[in-house]
Write a protein that binds this ligand. Structure first.
Ligand SMILES: [Zn+2]
Length: 130
């Protein structure tokens, strides 16, 4: 299993802030996740006008699913200034609905603190955590 610092470095390397047309931006947040199988995927955020876009976590998860995996061992998101960002509520739910095993996903928080997803979302609306 990758340690938090290794996963952080992979995410930070993926940060690549770019300006898009009409005040859109991308890549100022990047995410790295390690799957339960030990594979690592990255993604970047995209922010377009009218609140269209997606978080880096969702982008990394899409890449993971493209490779036929859904269970996440550990996930981290890094802002362009190097700070670690906790996942927003939508991303927490996105991770939860991806796979039942993701109750045990380790979320890396600022100062490399780790918390399980089930502790961030203790009361499920759809089904109880296993
Ligand atoms: Zn998010």
């Amino acid at each position: 299993m990758m340690n938090n610092q290794e996963l952080y470095q992979i995410a930070f390397i993926a940060v690549n802030h770019k300006k898009l047309r009409n005040l859109g931006t991308a890549g100022h947040v990047a995410c790295a996740l390690e799957t339960m199988n030990g594979n690592v995927f990255t993604g970047i955020c995209i922010d377009l006008p009218c609140s269209i876009g997606l978080c880096a976590e969702q982008s990394a998860i899409a890449e993971m699913v493209k490779h036929n995996e859904t269970a996440i061992k550990k996930i981290i998101a890094v802002f362009e200034d190097g700070s670690i960002l906790p996942p927003c509520g939508r991303c927490r739910e996105f991770i939860a609905q991806m796979d039942d095993q993701n109750s045990q996903t380790k979320i890396v928080l600022p100062e490399m603190k780790e918390v399980l997803l089930q502790d961030l979302l203790p009361e499920r609306w759809d089904s109880k955590w296993n």
